[in-house]
Structure formats: C-alpha cells, structure tokens
Design a binder for this molecule. Structure first.
Ligand code: HEC
Length: 179
C-alpha cells in the first residue's frame, strides 16, 4: 500500500468513527418525555384505532390450535414453567416462589378447587392476557408454549390431587401398604 493510499484509509476510518459517535449522540425523543410535535404533548402515541400489530393474526390462529398432549409437550411445558412461572408460583405451583418470599403478592395455589376445575384454555388465557396483578407473558411465551405450560400445570395439579382410583395398580398397592 502506498503512503497516499494508507493516509486515505486512515482518513476514511476517522470519518467512520466520527459518524458512529454522531449516531450515538443523535437527537431523539424518549418514551415518557413531553413533545411539542404531537397535539397531546406526549412522545408516546396510541396506535390508530383499528390497527393490529404485525403477525398478530397469525399468532391468534396459532393460539387456537391446541397441540396434542405428548410427553414432549409436557417436558417443554415443565421447562418453560420453570423459566417463567416458578419465581412467583413456585416449583410445585403452590404460590410460594422466591419473589413472593421477598414481598410480591402471593398468587393462588394451582391446586385450589376453582383452578383444578378450570379448563386448560383458562391458563392459556391468563398467560396471554395477564390476570389482576400478574402481567401478560404474551411477549415472552410463544402460543404453543402457552399450551405446553397449561398441560404442565394440569400435571402439577394431578401430582398432588390424583384420585386414588386413577393410580397405576403398583402405586395404589404401595399406597395401601404404606405405614
Ligand atoms: C411476578 C410474579 C408472577 C409470575 C412470574 C407469574 N405469575 Fe401468575 N400470578 C401472579 C399473581 C400475583 C397472581 C394473582 C393475581 C391476582 O389475583 O391479582 C397470579 C395468578 C395466576 C393464575 C390464577 C388466575 C386465577 O384465576 O386466580 C394463573 C393460572 C397464573 N397466574 C399462571 C401463571 C403462569 C402460567 C405463569 C408463567 C407463564 C405465571 N403465572 C407467572 C404472579 C405471577
């Protein structure tokens, strides 16, 4: 490379670096700030009535397709439940998560009669839309994973409230002969 070419290259790099700095320091409006551009004086604007987020219709359609109950689905549900729900609902679903131990309002126990009677779609709906003080997990949990978590909640309920008649013979025997 000739000296001239090298000087040109260095000059180009300096320009590029300065440009980067400008990008970082550009004028911009922050979410919660006031604005004299919009009539309501706020930076954040509500979407125009009737608009839907990109991909929302496809996600809705996916949500209506309940996946078949398989061991893989349950495993996926356990995995996602432990990532997103245990902090508050606890590993056993009894509402004694670590966040609750530090002062967050306690959620109900999944084995309470009302929630044992609730259909799985109810859990899918709570994950999608939130419930009371619990916010929506729609942005974090994909539609098929919501069904997987709902299936796993059902398994958690059964793990502590299985009718004896539905247990496999050997488990029933072990129970009958328990001290
Ligand atoms: C940050 C804590 C927190 C996390 C994380 C959380 N929840 Fe909750 N959840 C709550 C609280 C608090 C309530 C009770 C809300 C109320 O009654 O106002 C609740 C209530 C519920 C209910 C019961 C609704 C009813 O009818 O009583 C279900 C079902 C539920 N959550 C499912 C989930 C699932 C599934 C996840 C994981 C995807 C999850 N939650 C993650 C805090 C949490």
């Amino acid at each position: 490379m000739t000296t001239g070419a090298r000087a040109l290259l260095i000059a180009a790099m300096v320009v590029a670096l300065v440009a980067c700095d400008n990008l970082e320091r550009q004028r911009k409006a922050r979410d919660q700030a006031a604005s004299d551009f919009f009539p309501n004086g706020q930076v954040q604007q509500a979407p125009p009535p009737g608009t839907v987020p990109r991909g929302a219709a496809a996600r809705e359609a996916e949500l209506r397709q309940r996946p078949a109950l398989t061991a893989e689905l349950l495993q996926r549900g356990q995995d996602r439940y432990q990532v997103y729900c245990t902090p508050c609902h606890g590993l056993a679903g009894d509402g004694h998560g670590t966040v609750v131990a530090r002062g967050f309002p306690a959620p109900p126990d999944f084995t309470e009669p009302r929630l044992r009677a609730a259909p799985e779609g109810y859990f899918v709906n709570v994950i999608s839309n939130g419930y009371g003080q619990m916010y929506s997990y729609a942005a974090r949990v994909a539609p098929v994973d919501r069904w997987a978590i709902a299936a796993y909640i059902r398994a958690l309920q059964l793990s502590r409230h299985a009718p004896v008649g539905q247990l496999p013979a050997e488990d029933r025997q072990a129970l009958e002969h328990a001290p």
